[in-house]
Design a protein around this ligand. Structure first.
Ligand SMILES: CSC[C@H]1O[C@H](OP(=O)(O)O)[C@H](O)[C@@H]1O
Ligand SMILES: Nc1ncnc2[nH]cnc12
Length: 292
């Protein structure tokens, strides 16, 4: 069994997590640079919970300039075992209407201007992201959504675009033809890095708009998005609070191997490893480095 620590990355419109007891904002140093902000660490019904606003308080970091490696490293340093993302997303499907929550289970990563791995020359490692979402964590989110009476849909593919501009009509239609369900700018490389750091990951897509394909809605309008965000931020916070309240203090191993992703992933021989990179991996790869 794994002793659980819940992490929450709040996306656009979600800059705090009310209901955290004995909470404080704590700045955590990372060898990967500065995280988006301090983390807010507290307890919900006895469960240690760590909140990080993805864009920083005041929304200062854009999707392309967020230091995803530092964010995941800092959450790992805080002991997070299970990480939930809350993300504003556009809908690529008529039946996924603004206001709904979609528990995505797949991603297509179309980002091209971000650091996507903790590993590299001197410490080469390859993890699988065939199943990027931890199903048990998604089950817990679904239970919480039901308990709170929220409108949600289980499953879906999230197309991660670079941004910050929204898609052209042709791009939006292309993504629909690929069978994608929602579109956003932030869940990659976040989900890949969480897997490298052996943290279970699940994402709640909060639908804020129909992407530009929709004939009755025209171009994506940031004013309309912000309005839906304001109307739904409290629902998202309610969902996360319920999740934390009902989350097991100890949980079984992740069925898709998130907790042990590094077991056979590292190819670089111990004597060929770059000591500088190894020292930066002290949190992310701690489990396998202490075994060695
Ligand atoms: C507010 S519209 C665009 C912005 O919102 C989403 O970010 P997040 O996933 O952090 O909620 C989207 O990906 C864009 O970054
Ligand atoms: N339509 C959209 N495209 C990309 N990111 C989004 N975030 C919210 N709505 C979006």
């Amino acid at each position: 069994m794994v002793k659980s620590v819940l992490g929450v990355v709040g996306g656009s419109g979600v800059y705090d997590l009310p209901g955290l007891e004995n909470a404080e904002w704590v700045w955590v140093e990372s060898p990967w640079g500065d995280a988006s902000d301090s983390v807010r660490i507290g307890y919900i019904d006895g469960l240690k919970t760590v909140f990080l606003p993805r864009h920083g308080r005041g929304h200062v970091h854009s999707p392309s300039t967020i230091n995803y490696r530092a964010n995941i490293d800092v959450l790992k340093r805080c002991g997070v075992t299970d990480l939930v993302s809350v993300s504003a997303c556009g809908s690529l499907r008529e039946d996924l209407a603004p206001g709904m929550f979609v528990l995505v289970d797949q991603f297509i990563d179309r980002t091209f201007s971000r650091e996507k791995s903790f590993f590299g020359s001197g410490f080469v490692a390859h993890v699988s992201v065939a199943a990027p979402i931890s199903p048990n964590l998604a089950d817990s989110i679904e239970k919480a959504a039901k308990a709170e009476g929220l409108s949600y849909h289980r499953g879906g593919t999230y197309l991660v675009m670079e941004g910050p501009q929204f898609s052209s009509l042709a791009e939006s239609e292309l993504y629909r033809s690929w069978g994608c369900d929602v579109i956003g700018m932030t869940n990659m490389p976040e989900a890949k890095l969480a897997r490298e750091a052996e943290i279970c990951y699940a994402s709640i897509a909060m639908i804020t708009d129909y992407d530009s394909w929709h004939p009755d809605h025209g171009s994506v309008d940031i004013k309309a998005i912000v309005k839906v965000l304001h109307e739904n931020a409290s629902n998202a916070q309610r969902l996360v609070s319920r999740l934390a309240k009902d989350f097991p203090k100890e949980r079984p191993a992740c069925p898709v191997g998130s907790d042990t992703a590094l077991d056979h992933a590292v190819l670089t021989a111990p004597d060929a490893r770059d000591p500088e990179l190894v020292s930066k991996l002290d949190a992310v790869a701690r489990r396998i480095l202490v075994q060695a």
